[in-house]
Ligand binder design. Structure first.
Ligand SMILES: Cc1cc2nc3c(=O)[nH]c(=O)nc-3n(C[C@H](O)[C@H](O)[C@H](O)COP(=O)(O)OP(=O)(O)OC[C@H]3O[C@@H](n4cnc5c(N)ncnc54)[C@H](O)[C@@H]3O)c2cc1C
Length: 545
C-alpha cells in the first residue's frame, strides 16, 4: 500500500522564497515498493486510492487540499493553507502499447507516453531519450513537474510549437473520494487512448473538447491531476546562436516572425533558395536601462538527430547556464549597497555571450534547456501579448520601468497559440515579455514588487494592449477585474467547466486564495447531466451522473 507522511509544517514557501505562507499539513505520498508490488499499474492505482483517502480526510475536516510540484511558481498559485500534497515521489510511467490507442486516434502510437504527475521535465526527457524521443518544447530549464507545468502554462520560445500543455493528449484527474471520481479526460476531436486503457487505471472516460481545454490549464483547481498522456516526437538537435542585431530588425521579427523574408542571416542557416532558415526558437534580451540600437538575440534551429555531435556541456556550462538570475545575484552579492548603480551596470554583465557562427552549440532539447542553478530569492513577471503588439508593449513597459527602476532585465519569447481556455499564450502567436531579477527591498526610489506589477498592468491598459499574465509568476493578481480583462467570456466558460466536473463541495476543497483573489472560485449550479462525453463527430455518448 502507498504510504503518506504527514508533516505539521506551519509554514511553506516557493523555491525562490516568494512568500512564507501559513500551512497546516504537508503530505508526501510514497508508492508501495516495486519488490512487493511489481506491477506499475497496480502501484499507480494504489497511489490513486491513497490520494482519494487524503481527499476524504479533508472533506471530513472541512478543509482544502492542493497538489504541488517543484514549487517553481513564484505566485501563490500552489499554496493552500490547510493541506498541500507534494508530488515529487509520484513519478511512475505507464507503458502505452499499440492496443491502448483509440481506434479514431490520429497519433502515432509510438509517440504517446503516460507519466504520473510528479515526473519532472528532466526525468521525462531521460525516459523519452531511451525510446529515441523528445518532448516538443520545455521551459528554459527542466526541474518543473509535468502537472505543475501544464497547470500554469509553461512555455519556451518554440514559436511554431506552443507551450507544454499543447502536447498533452489526456488527463487522469482525481476529482473526489469516490470510485467514480477518477476521470480520464481527452478531447473528443482528438482521442488518443482507448477505454480499455482508462479501465486499467480505474478511470471513467470523458471525451469533451471544452472540458479538456478548461482543465488543461486548471491552475491546480480542477482536482488532483494524477497522470498525463502526452505526445512526444523523434529526438532532434538544436543549433544555438547568440548574436547582436539591429534593434529595428529584432523588433520587426518580433512582430511578424517572418525570418525567411528578413535580413536576419546566420552563416549556414540558409535554405537552398538563399532565404534564411526559420528558427525553432527566437529570444530577445533587453536591458531597460540602456538605450541600445542593437539587441542581443538567441536563435535555435532544429536539426535531424544524429549521433556524432560534440559534447555540448563544456560550452553550455560557460554560456547558456549562467542564467540571468544567477548573474544578477552574483552581482548584487558583490555590490550589496549599490542597487541604482548596479541597475545601470547590468548591460555588460548579464546578457548571454555572443557566439561566432562557427561556435554554435549543438545539443538536444533536453541538453539545451538544462538544470537551473540558482535557488535563492528571485522574482519574475511575465505578460503575454499578440506579436503585433510586442514592440508597443515593450516600449510601454520599458518606459514605466525607467520611471520605477527595479533590479531586473527584460526578455521576449514567442509561443504558438494554445487551445487551453485560460492558457496565457492565447494569441495566435504570443510574445511573452518577461522581467526576471533578484528580490529587493522597497525604498523611496524603488517600488515594491506588488507596486511594480500593478504599474505593468496599468502601463499596458493605458495603451489599450490586450494582454495576459503567466499564472506561475509574480503579478498583482488582486488588480480589479484582471481575469475578465485578460480572458473575457472564457472566464465564465472555465468556471462552468469546473462546476460541471467538480461537485460544489469538491470545488471548495480544490480552491485556494489565488483563484479566490482572481474571482475564479465561483461555483455555478449547472445541470448535472450537462457534460457529455462525445464521439469524434461531437455526438453524445454518455452523460455524467
Ligand atoms: C528557475 C525557473 C525557471 C523557470 N522558467 C520558466 C520558463 O522557461 N517558462 C515558463 O513558462 N515558466 C518558467 N518558470 C515558472 C515555472 O516553470 C512554472 O511556474 C511551473 O508551473 C512550475 O512547475 P512546478 O512543478 O514547480 O509546479 P508548482 O509551482 O509546484 O505548482 C504550479 C501549479 O500546479 C499545480 N499542480 C501541481 N501538481 C498538480 C497536480 N498533480 N494536480 C493538480 N495541480 C497540480 C499547483 O497546485 C499549482 O497551481 C520558471 C521558474 C523557475 C523557478
Amino acid at each position: 500500500m502507498a504510504k503518506t507522511s504527514e508533516l505539521l509544517v506551519g509554514k511553506w514557501d516557493t523555491l525562490h522564497e516568494n512568500g512564507l505562507f501559513d500551512l497546516k499539513r504537508q503530505y508526501i505520498t510514497r508508492h508501495e515498493s516495486k519488490a512487493t508490488m511489481p506491477s506499475r499499474v497496480d502501484r499507480y492505482n494504489d497511489g490513486a486510492k491513497e490520494i482519494q483517502a487524503l481527499i476524504q480526510k479533508c472533506i471530513d475536516e472541512d478543509e482544502g487540499f492542493r497538489a504541488y510540484g517543484s514549487r517553481w511558481s513564484m505566485s501563490n498559485i500552489a499554496h493552500q493553507k490547510d493541506n498541500m500534497h507534494q508530488n515529487n515521489l509520484m513519478y511512475l510511467d505507464l507503458e502505452v502499447v499499440e492496443d491502448d490507442i483509440h481506434p479514431d486516434s490520429e497519433y502515432a502510437h509510438e509517440n504517446i507516453f503516460f507519466f504520473e504527475c510528479g515526473n519532472t521535465i528532466k526525468r521525462i526527457s531521460q525516459k523519452l531519450n531511451e525510446y529515441g524521443k523528445s518532448l516538443k518544447t520545455t521551459g528554459a530549464s527542466n526541474g518543473q513537474t509535468i502537472a505543475g507545468c501544464i497547470s500554469t502554462g509553461v512555455h519556451g520560445s518554440a514559436f511554431d510549437v506552443g507551450a507544454v500543455q499543447d502536447y498533452v493528449v489526456g488527463l487522469n484527474i482525481i476529482t473526489g473520494p469516490k470510485a467514480s471520481d477518477n476521470v480520464y479526460l481527452e478531447r473528443h476531436t482528438r482521442p488518443g487512448l482507448n477505454d480499455a486503457f482508462a479501465n486499467r487505471i480505474n478511470a471513467r472516460v470523458i471525451r469533451n473538447d471544452e472540458l479538456f481545454n478548461a482543465a488543461l490549464v486548471g491552475l491546480g483547481s480542477f482536482g488532483f491531476i494524477h497522470g498525463v498522456a502526452l505526445e512526444a516526437e523523434d529526438l532532434f538537435l538544436l543549433d544555438r546562436y547568440v548574436t547582436r542585431i539591429d534593434k529595428k530588425l529584432a523588433l520587426a521579427l518580433s512582430k511578424n516572425l517572418d525570418f525567411e523574408n528578413s535580413d536576419f542571416k546566420i552563416a549556414g542557416e540558409v535554405g537552398p533558395d538563399g532565404k534564411p532558415n526559420r528558427p525553432y526558437h527566437y529570444k530577445i534580451f533587453i536591458n531597460p536601462y540602456v538605450d541600445d540600437d542593437r539587441y542581443v538575440v538567441e536563435a535555435m534551429y532544429k536539426k535531424k538527430y544524429e549521433m556524432a555531435y560534440p559534447d555540448p556541456f563544456g560550452k553550455i556550462e560557460k554560456s547558456i547556464y549562467r542564467d540571468l538570475i544567477y548573474l544578477l545575484i552574483k552581482f548584487s552579492e558583490k555590490f550589496p549597497k549599490s542597487i541604482p548603480w548596479f541597475i545601470k551596470s547590468l548591460q555588460k554583465s548579464i546578457l548571454p555571450e555572443i557566439t561566432k557562427d562557427e561556435e554554435k552549440i549543438r545539443a538536444t532539447l533536453y541538453e539545451t534547456f538544462w538544470d537551473a542553478g540558482y535557488k535563492g530569492p528571485a522574482f519574475a513577471c511575465s505578460v503575454g501579448v499578440a506579436i503585433e503588439d510586442s514592440e508597443k508593449a515593450l516600449n510601454a513597459l520599458v518606459k514605466m520601468t525607467k520611471k520605477h527602476p527595479i533590479p531586473g532585465i527584460f526578455a521576449m519569447r514567442y509561443v504558438d497559440q494554445t487551445k487551453a481556455t485560460l492558457g496565457f499564450t492565447r494569441f495566435h502567436k504570443t510574445c511573452v515579455i518577461e522581467i526576471d531579477g533578484i528580490q529587493w527591498e522597497k525604498s523611496s526610489k524603488i517600488p515594491s514588487l506588488e507596486e511594480y506589477a500593478r504599474f505593468m498592468i496599468e502601463a499596458l491598459q493605458a495603451e489599450n494592449i490586450p494582454f495576459t499574465v503567466h499564472w506561475g509568476k509574480s503579478m498583482d493578481y488582486a488588480f480589479p477585474g484582471l481575469a475578465e480583462y485578460m480572458y473575457g467570456d472564457r472566464v465564465e466558460k472555465w468556471k462552468n467547466c469546473r462546476s460541471w466536473l467538480l461537485s460544489e463541495k469538491m470545488a471548495r476543497v480544490f480552491s485556494n486564495d489565488f483563484i479566490a483573489t482572481l474571482g475564479l472560485d465561483t461555483y455555478h449550479n449547472v445541470p448535472h447531466d450537462f457534460i457529455e462525453s462525445l464521439d469524434k463527430n461531437g455526438q453524445p455518448i454518455q452523460s455524467i451522473v
